[in-house]
Design a protein around this ligand. Structure first.
Ligand SMILES: *Cc1c(COP(=O)(O)O)cnc(C)c1O
Length: 526
């Protein structure tokens, strides 16, 4: 007998239903053990390393000597390892399954990138190392800049912003500096209603007031509304293209023309560059500044908040205001422009203490070089093809928000198909977890009721897309058949059931305090 015939059932029809109310005795689930907080483990007296007591060294700290324990838990190395691995098992990862978060571009992260980023010549550099000793790293930054400028058709790039939102800040600071240099500080920034929340937040942070631009019925910027709201006090517009409805702004050249006619600059949110990389150069469309989320378009998904990198490409008009530093070719090799004098006299300052996210530069450059120019073009084409496959397959059971025509790299559905079922977008998303799929982006963009935004990316095969679509179709049919309990109580099988996300956001508990009698007291002072 082999495992194939007597092993654990692997097909859904073989799986025995759980007895109602079954719980394990320990909180474990299968081979996944329950895991307490690190502070609640009984490890206060322990340390992972045994060092002999220091002898013959009188301390000279005087009254600076610590009198109380610092309250760090003590774990042996295997305990620490298991703690974090167990926590990681409670989480989802792009290496486990498709991660369909719209707008996030969660694609496979090639291991080659990781290998390159760990090369000692990149990973072990100190940001203040003498320039003569880091010519390789500067060369990589120079070549990455070249690729970004070539792909976008823009003459300048600031590499140092550390995320998309940081890039938006960089772009608007350059725009503000350009207006101030003309002696014409302006007050307002126009943002479409479908924009990512970081756009209006960035504009407000830079000191602008924000005016919304309406959207047409087919999900694009309303040109008439834009024209009506442009005026001599408008500093910039911020438009995402393809936009957050997954649609190409087909009037983008007219949008740029109207904007420039009003003396404003065109900031393009480039988070969705994955859909057009290698096919469309934003510089040709009249864009003045655009951030590129290296951690989206050029791999390295950003679950868990990092790391990111958001270089900003700039037009001729904004290039003089780019923040330091940047790489230049000098007589003795590559150097960095660090001071805002001479050729950098108009630079608006700096975005970060040093040069940006070197590890992300290496990953992005490795991704570019392994694809090549034609491969990057195919990235965009396959990403769009995959999203349209999903849109086509799911349109039979779910309602696409914009049924007319193809979408770009993400397929957007609304919740009108759930009407009368008693199931909401949130319930549906939670039920996906029980089926082994991370939910799509929910309730964004805000312009679509009960939005479900699905972005598969180019790295999913047809088989994976079919598994995903089959699961969603089965769930949709269950919802329509009135199987409401499946949704209202979901997720049933996740490590955590439905959490009060509002309470968690409003009243986060960020510190741990020993509870008498529950957790061991910290070590007593010696
Ligand atoms: C992801 C995203 C951003 C912000 O990028 P971060 O790197 O997360 O700061 C901005 N706009 C859009 C449309 C995005 O999808």
């Amino acid at each position: 007998m082999t495992m194939q015939t007597v092993g654990r059932p692997t097909r859904p029809e073989d799986v025995q239903p759980l007895d109602a109310g079954f719980t394990s005795l320990t909180g474990g689930r299968g081979l996944l053990q329950d895991e307490a907080l690190i502070f609640e483990r009984d490890g206060w007296g322990k340390t992972g390393v045994d060092l002999p007591p220091v002898e013959g060294s009188a301390d000279d700290l005087g009254d600076l000597v610590r009198t109380r324990p610092i309250g760090l838990p003590g774990l042996s190395e295997p305990e620490a390892m298991r703690h974090y691995v167990r926590l990681s098992q409670k989480n989802h990862a792009i290496d486990l399954a498709l991660y369909p978060l719209g707008s996030c571009t969660m694609k496979h992260n090639p291991r080659l990138n990781e290998k390159m980023a760990r090369l000692a010549g990149f990973a072990d550099l100190h940001p203040m190392a003498p320039l003569a000793t880091i010519q390789g790293a500067l060369t990589l930054m120079d070549r990455l800049s070249h690729w970004l400028k070539t792909l976008t058709g823009m003459p300048a790039v600031a590499l140092s912003p550390k995320a998309g939102a940081h890039g938006e800040l960089c772009g608007l600071l350059a725009i503000r500096a350009a207006h101030e240099a003309k002696g014409d500080p302006r007050r307002r920034v126009l943002v479409p209603t479908s924009a990512h929340g970081t756009n209006p937040a960035t504009a407000a942070f830079v000191g602008y007031s924000v005016t919304e631009i309406a959207q047409t019925d087919d999900g694009r910027v309303d040109l008439a509304d834009l024209a009506a709201k442009l005026g001599p006090d408008v500093a910039a517009i911020m438009v995402t293209n393809p936009n957050t409805c997954g649609l190409f702004e087909r009037d983008i050249i007219e949008i740029a023309r109207l904007t420039h006619e009003a003396g404003a600059y065109f900031y393009c949110d480039g988070a969705n560059f994955n859909a057009i990389v290698g096919r469309v150069r934003p510089g040709d469309l009249g864009v003045d500044a655009m951030h590129i989320n290296l951690h989206k378009t050029f791999s390295t998904p950003h679950g868990g908040g990092g790391p990111g990198a958001g270089p900003v490409v700039l037009s001729e008009a904004l290039a003089p205001f780019a923040p330091a530093p940047w790489v230049v070719h000098g007589p003795d090799g590559l150097t960095l422009v660090e001071e805002t004098v001479e050729e950098a006299a108009q630079a608006f300052g700096r975005m970060s203490a040093f040069h940006g996210q070197m590890g992300m530069f290496v990953r992005a450059y490795a991704y570019m070089r392994s694809h090549g120019a034609d491969g990057l073009r195919q990235v965009a084409e396959d990403a769009v093809l995959n999203a349209n496959y999903i849109k086509a397959r799911l349109s039979g059971v779910m309602t696409p928000a914009f049924p007319e025509g193809p979408c770009m790299h993400e397929a957007l559905f609304d919740d009108s198909w759930l009407e009368g079922t008693g199931v909401t977008t949130l319930d549906f998303a939670k039920a996906m977890i029980d089926e082994g799929f991370h939910p799509m982006t929910m309730y964004f963009p805000l312009v679509v009721h009960g939005a479900m935004l699905i972005e598969p990316t180019e790295t999913e095969s047809k088989q994976e897309l079919d598994r995903f679509c089959d699961a969603l179709i089965a769930l949709a049919e269950a919802a329509k058949a009135g199987d409401v309990d499946r949704f209202k109580g979901a997720p049933y099988l996740a490590p955590m059931r439905r959490l009060d996300e509002t309470l968690a956001a409003r009243k986060p508990r960020l510190t741990w305090k020993p509870e008498p009698g529950v957790a061991p007291a910290p070590l007593a002072a010696e």
